[in-house]
Design a protein around this ligand. Structure first.
Ligand code: SF4
Ligand code: SF4
Length: 296
């Protein structure tokens, strides 16, 4: 069976925190809830086609889903061998009931928290709760994530092959309603386009049911249509609430650039052209292969 290191699913698309430059574009997302029946079908199919190492339920804020325990249970049923995690900003964790904690424990689902500066005080309480309920808890991005990266170039002047291998989402596939996508940014761009009248291309995804595992993995390895609009010359900036403006997502290097300047953002073998290139290492970056017409 073909292998892939990591995949994630949105329990909900919206969030109870409003972070500027959220890479899943959640401040722009409509309210949408993942159906437990649909996730059960998808995970069963996924488990038959791809050998996954890690699977995470996130969002948006997954604890906003009223059936979050069911989502955890069906994900575990379909993917019995994966390292299963739930990634939350922690706001609602102190309000979760016994059923939630029991489901996490019985399904070996760990809690991973992305803490943002407004939630510092929640850290200790969440650790105590997880310890009390015997559920492993870890912190994503270190104990507190206090910065975000703006990565978007609306004019699409990046080299897809190079960007997609080094980007912060490399190897970070998304499962959504029976289709798989190269990364969440490539799917969630739909909300950015809708809100700001843009036409940035999206990864059309691949039908999980109509394709063999080998072809699904090949799709995840290839750069997608959105990659040309990302950059690894990261523009890191401190956490701030979103004001809902398009510029929040656009990298400074591109914001300040002459629109006529078509110089590629990086050259093969080079690092990011701007200051602040950060080699993200949250997931292995698969080789990009395939004759798909993208610049190599
Ligand atoms: S908490 Fe996470 S999902 Fe929610 S807006 Fe912030 S970055 Fe996005
Ligand atoms: S669209 Fe491509 S370059 Fe951008 S985050 Fe996704 S995989 Fe990386």
């Amino acid at each position: 069976m073909p292998r892939w290191p990591y995949m994630e699913v949105h329990a909900v698309d919206h969030c109870n925190l409003n972070c500027a430059a959220c890479s899943h574009f959640c401040p722009l997302a409509p309210k949408k809830f993942c159906s437990p029946e649909g996730l059960a079908r998808d995970c069963n199919e996924l488990g038959k086609k791809i050998s996954l190492r890690r699977f995470r339920i996130l969002g948006g804020e997954p604890l906003l889903h009223p059936q979050i325990s069911q989502l955890i249970a069906v994900a575990r049923q379909g993917l019995p061998e994966v390292h299963l995690g739930l990634c939350t900003n922690g706001i609602l964790l102190p309000r979760m009931g016994e059923e939630f904690w029991r489901t996490c424990r019985e399904n070996s689902c760990s809690i991973e928290i992305s803490f943002y500066p407004p939630l510092h005080e929640n850290c200790k309480r969440c650790e105590e709760l997880a310890h009390f309920h015997h559920v492993p808890l870890s912190f994503d991005h270190g104990r507190v994530r206090d910065g975000f990266a703006r990565v978007l170039d609306p004019l699409g002047r990046s080299s897809p092959r190079i960007i997609s291998r080094r980007c912060y989402n490399a190897g970070c596939a998304l499962l959504r309603e029976g289709r798989i996508y190269r990364c969440p940014t490539a799917y969630c761009m739909v909300w950015y386009n809708a809100k700001f009248g843009q036409n940035i291309p999206q990864d059309p995804g691949l039908d999980l049911y109509a394709n063999p595992g080998r072809r699904l993995v090949a799709h995840l390895r290839r750069p997608c249509a959105t990659c040309r609009h990302c950059t690894i010359a990261l523009d890191l900036h401190p956490w701030a609430p979103s004001t809902g403006k398009a510029e929040e997502w656009i990298a400074a290097w591109h914001r300040n650039r002459d629109p006529e300047d078509q110089t590629p953002q990086i050259r093969p073998g080079g690092q990011g052209s701007g200051a602040g290139h950060v080699p993200f290492a949250n997931s292995p970056s698969p080789e990009c292969r395939g004759a798909d017409g993208w610049e190599r």
